[in-house]
Design a protein around this ligand. Structure first.
Ligand SMILES: *[C@@H]1O[C@H](CO)[C@@H](O)[C@H](O)[C@H]1NC(C)=O
Ligand SMILES: *[C@@H]1O[C@H](CO)[C@@H](O)[C@H](O)[C@H]1NC(C)=O
Ligand SMILES: *[C@@H]1O[C@H](CO)[C@@H](O)[C@H](O)[C@H]1NC(C)=O
Ligand SMILES: *[C@@H]1O[C@H](CO)[C@@H](O)[C@H](O)[C@H]1NC(C)=O
Ligand SMILES: *[C@@H]1O[C@H](CO)[C@@H](O)[C@H](O)[C@H]1NC(C)=O
Ligand SMILES: *[C@@H]1O[C@H](CO)[C@@H](O)[C@H](O)[C@H]1NC(C)=O
Length: 431
């Protein structure tokens, strides 16, 4: 997406929004506005309150570990009820009565998520793990069991499926998901294993799902409504989960910056798995649950070419923020090493503590003890310090507020729905 194109769409969006506004009593009770911050553990406003460790490092400097505390809240989002692939693009979201209420540690990222990769990137290993009760920094919790695995070297693939958007293009929903061929980005007719040392370049993306197939598409079904004719798979579920990666993010070799939308801006991120199965880049935000806050977690993301060697972490939901495009970003970064393999990942512990780290000690074994993970994290935070952002405690299930909003999507929310398609990769760089 070129910046100019986005601006055009933004202009169009505000026209639609103001029309809606007329029909809508100017009802502004969007998710963020409804939020009540209670018992705020961070001790400050409804915005996420942040505090860095005692490292003395400045705002937005380098850290070894990026952490979010108190992640997860009681809130809601709306699933897609009807997808419309025609040019008129009249997708429909669930009504207020049908909204999905979530709560607890790491919510809504405790739901099934898909794992997304954008180049320039080489993925050599991927692992998905769950634990009954892991607590970061504590030796009392349980360890981790691998539930999904890819190893390029040995061409091992366990409980994962590589998909990519190489299917039919539609004005409304963008390109459909297909199986990814061994190059990660071409269409294949059946599930393939990514070839060893496959490099995807700027703008190119592939996605990892589990190998559990979805049942039929339908509102309220196991995978909800999804796009016709896509290979539809479940994502990676669970409150307490861990994703590990061994990967390279080499410099983009092409110097033709203008021919790319995300030039030299690699990323690894998680989306609520419903999003890519409906549409990751729709022209109408009602074709995805993203804008209503079903969740995105950016693990390692280059945000702009000015800071091309800085990997940021961002949450896109409504926990203490009403701006889902910007989301809540840890105000620090982890360095991108463009010349060697990086290893690390993200831990979502049982208490809603999230740690994003890179450590050369990382090893993607079948089981990982609690003490090993804790050692990897703590050795990085002691050498390079950690940055901790404590999120506000938020309750927003929309209850008691629905009478005013009944039957209509609030004006503010509408604008976000429309924008949603352009930031679903976490590319808040435009805004
Ligand atoms: C898909 O179609 C849209 C609208 O027709 C077009 O703008 C876009 O460039 C196409 N995308 C690709 C990847 O061909
Ligand atoms: C595969 O991953 C899914 C999604 O998390 C999980 O429910 C399932 O138990 C896993 N299957 C195996 C065989 O590990
Ligand atoms: C997903 O995980 C959550 C939290 O651990 C659990 O409550 C839920 O039953 C799981 N869903 C499925 C489909 O396994
Ligand atoms: C690049 O992204 C970082 C992280 O979001 C931000 O702090 C910085 O202002 C951005 N720089 C530019 C030039 O947009
Ligand atoms: C990992 O090892 C490489 C190569 O020796 C080194 O350049 C890099 O700084 C190390 N990374 C971390 C996170 O320690
Ligand atoms: C999205 O759905 C809402 C509620 O039905 C509707 O008011 C709005 O016009 C839709 N937005 C678009 C862009 O179609």
């Amino acid at each position: 997406m070129k910046i100019t194109q986005v601006l055009q769409v933004l202009a169009a969006a505000s026209v639609v929004a103001s029309q809606d506004n007329n029909n809508n009593n100017n009802n502004n009770n969007n998710n963020g506005g409804d939020s009540t911050a209670t018992g705020n553990t961070g001790g400050s406003s409804s915005q996420s309150s942040s505090s860095s460790s005692s490292s003395g490092k400045q705002y937005s400097s380098e850290f070894g570990v990026l952490e979010f505390d108190n992640f997860g809240f009681e809130g809601y989002y709306k699933h897609v009820k009807k997808l419309d692939d025609s040019d008129s693009c009249q997708c429909e979201l669930a009504s207020n009565d049908q909204r999905t209420i979530f709560s607890g540690a790491n919510a809504p990222i405790n739901e099934e998520v898909s794992v997304h990769f954008r180049g320039p990137l080489v993925l050599s290993q991927f692992g998905f793990y769950t634990s009954d009760d892991f607590q970061t920094g504590s030796s009392s919790g349980s360890g981790w069991t691998r539930q999904g695995y890819y190893d390029g070297e040995s061409q091992t693939s366990e409980n994962i499926t590589f998909l990519t958007a190489a299917g039919d293009n539609s004005t409304c929903l963008g390109k459909a998901l297909t199986y990814a061929d061994t190059d990660g980005i071409s269409k294949a007719d059946s599930s393939q294993i990514l070839a060893k040392d496959t490099k995807i370049i700027s703008d190119e993306e592939f996605i990892i799902f589990s190998s559990e197939e979805c049942g039929k598409s339908g509102f309220g079904k196991d995978c909800g409504v999804y796009r016709d004719d896509i290979p539809a798979y479940h994502g990676f579920n669970g409150t307490t989960k861990l994703f590990l990666f061994a990967f390279e993010m080499p410099e983009e070799e092409s110097s033709d910056e203008d021919s790319f939308d995300y030039y030299n801006m690699p990323a690894i991120w998680l989306l609520n798995a419903h999003i890519p199965r409906t549409s990751q880049y729709p022209t109408n935000g009602n074709c995805s649950c993203w804008g209503s806050g079903c969740g995105e977690f950016d693990i390692f993301e280059v945000m702009n070419t000015t800071e091309a060697n800085h990997l940021f972490s961002t949450i896109h939901d409504y926990q203490g923020s009403d701006n889902i495009q910007t989301g809540i970003q840890a105000q620090g970064y982890i360095s991108r090493d463009t010349s060697s393999t990086m290893k690390g990942g993200v831990v979502f512990d049982s208490q809603g503590k999230v740690s994003v780290f890179l450590s050369n000690s990382t090893s993607l074994d079948e089981t990982i003890s609690a003490s090993d993970i804790n050692d990897w994290i703590s050795s990085e935070s002691s050498s390079d310090k950690s940055y901790t952002s404590t999120l506000s405690t938020v309750t927003n299930t929309g209850s008691g507020k629905t009478s005013a909003a009944s039957g209509s999507i609030p004006f503010m929310l509408d604008v976000r729905y429309i924008l949603a398609g352009f930031v679903a990769v976490g590319a808040s760089v435009f805004f």
